[in-house]
Each structure stands twice: as structure tokens, then as C-alpha cells.
Design a protein around this ligand. Structure first.
Ligand SMILES: C[S@@+](CC[C@H](N)C(=O)[O-])C[C@H]1O[C@@H](n2cnc3c(N)ncnc32)[C@H](O)[C@@H]1O
Length: 221
């Protein structure tokens, strides 16, 4: 085994020492979502802290968040970029979008615009090179499509990230049986990672936070 496996004890240590605010924010936001029956498939608390840290470090101001759910990743990123920045978040499910809107209102977050409907339709209407950071975290079979469109929407020097790059621990299993409940999503992530790693316009890596973030620094010139 290379590196240190993340046990529950180590995970709790990281959150208790480095992601206290992120954990509190999640507790607050997920309450409304749980009551509405929304699945708990958001990014993890330590991943949230990493995202906030990263956006501050690159001084991101315009962020695209593909897949809102109840708004946790959008809220984390909106807080990190400050009130002079903007997060545009895309969500297909009205139930999720409504919960997210209520959460943003409750938290007083005014620098988030939520666009409802299929993410790809909204992306296609946006101008080239307008985002510093793009987070892909929606339906896995469309990740390749989101990557293609993100490469157009990202600024020169911006970063594209794809969540679930480790596919719930199944990413390296090339013989996943079709009856596996994650078969469709995991094989889509294998395809996405392949394209991500091969793309010559990006300097890319996988950061093993949460379920893994594929990250690519885009150089257009
Ligand atoms: C994993 S969740 C997003 C979690 C969120 N990024 C967070 O960490 O707080 C994926 C979301 O993408 C939404 N979604 C799925 N397909 C979509 C599509 N075609 N267009 C827009 N949103 C979609 C789902 O309804 C779900 O709310």
C-alpha cells in the first residue's frame, strides 16, 4: 500500500481539526434536504474545505458548479470567492433546486445564481472563457460532454474539476459486472478519467479527497 489509507478515525481527525465550519454548514443545509427526501450525495466536509482552500489560493471569482443538489458545494465556493465573485450553479431536479434556493436565502448568500434545467443546455448558451473554476458533479454519463463544454467555458489558466474520480472505490476495476449498482456511473467515470488524463490542453491529476477530484489546469495559449 502506497500512501496512507483514510480510515474513519483519520477522516474525523481531519474534519475536527481542519473543517469545523464546513461540517457545521453541512449540518445546517442538509436538514432541509433530508426533510424533503433529497439524497445525501454531496461532497464531503474535508473535500469542501479543500475546494474553499483551492479557490482562495487561485483567487477565483467566477465559478461554475454543475449539479447543485441542495446547494452545499455552491455555498462553500460562494463563501470562498467572496461577495464580489459569482457562483453559477446548474440543477435539473426542481425539488433539489427549491431546497438549494431556500438554503441560499437562509444563509444570506447573494452571489449564487441557480439555473434550472439540463446543465448542458445552459452551458451551451454561455460565452467562451468566462470561468476561473468549473466543478463537474452531476450525471456521470454526461461527464464527457460537460468536459468538452467546460474546456470552452474555462478561462486560460483556469481549473476544471470532476468529482467521483475514484468512482466509490471502483475506478480501477475494469471488470465490473454489469449488475453492479454503480456499473453505469463507474464505467462513465473510467471513460471521463481517460479523456481527462489524455487531454493535452490540461495539466491534470487526481486529488484523493472525498470520492476523488480529477483536476486539470487549463493552458489555452
Ligand atoms: C452529486 S449531486 C451534486 C452535489 C453537489 N455538487 C454538492 O456537493 O453539494 C448531483 C446533482 O446533479 C443533478 N443532475 C443530474 N443530472 C443533471 C442534469 N442533466 N442537469 C443538471 N443537473 C443534473 C442531480 O439532480 C443532483 O442534484
Amino acid at each position: 500500500m502506497k500512501g496512507t489509507p483514510l480510515t474513519e478515525q483519520t477522516y474525523n481527525y481531519i474534519v475536527e481539526n481542519f473543517a469545523v465550519e464546513e461540517a457545521m454548514l453541512l449540518q445546517l443545509m442538509q436538514k432541509r434536504a433530508e426533510e424533503a427526501g433529497i439524497p445525501m450525495i454531496m461532497i464531503s466536509e474535508e473535500q469542501a474545505k479543500f475546494l474553499g482552500f483551492f479557490l482562495k489560493a487561485i483567487r477565483a471569482k467566477r465559478v461554475l458548479d454543475i449539479g447543485t443538489l441542495f446547494g452545499y458545494s455552491a455555498a462553500i465556493m460562494a463563501k470562498a470567492i467572496g461577495t464580489d465573485g459569482e457562483v453559477v450553479t446548474l440543477e435539473f431536479e426542481p425539488l433539489h433546486a427549491n431546497a438549494a434556493r431556500a438554503n441560499f436565502k437562509h444563509l444570506g448568500l447573494q452571489n449564487i445564481s441557480l439555473l434550472q434545467g439540463p446543465a448542458i443546455d445552459h452551458m451551451k448558451t454561455m460565452k467562451d472563457g468566462i470561468f476561473d473554476f468549473i466543478m463537474i458533479d452531476a450525471d456521470k454519463p454526461n461527464y464527457s460532454l460537460y468536459l468538452k463544454e467546460s474546456l470552452r467555458l474555462i478561462k486560460d489558466g483556469g481549473v476544471i474539476a470532476g468529482d467521483n474520480a475514484l468512482a466509490w472505490g471502483k475506478i480501477a476495476n475494469m471488470h465490473l459486472p454489469v449488475y453492479d449498482p454503480d456499473y453505469v456511473s463507474a464505467t462513465a467515470m473510467q471513460q471521463f478519467n481517460r479523456e481527462f488524463a489524455a487531454d493535452k490542453s490540461m495539466f491534470s491529476c487526481i486529488v484523493p479527497v472525498g470520492d476523488g477530484l480529477a483536476m486539470g489546469y487549463v493552458k489555452k495559449s
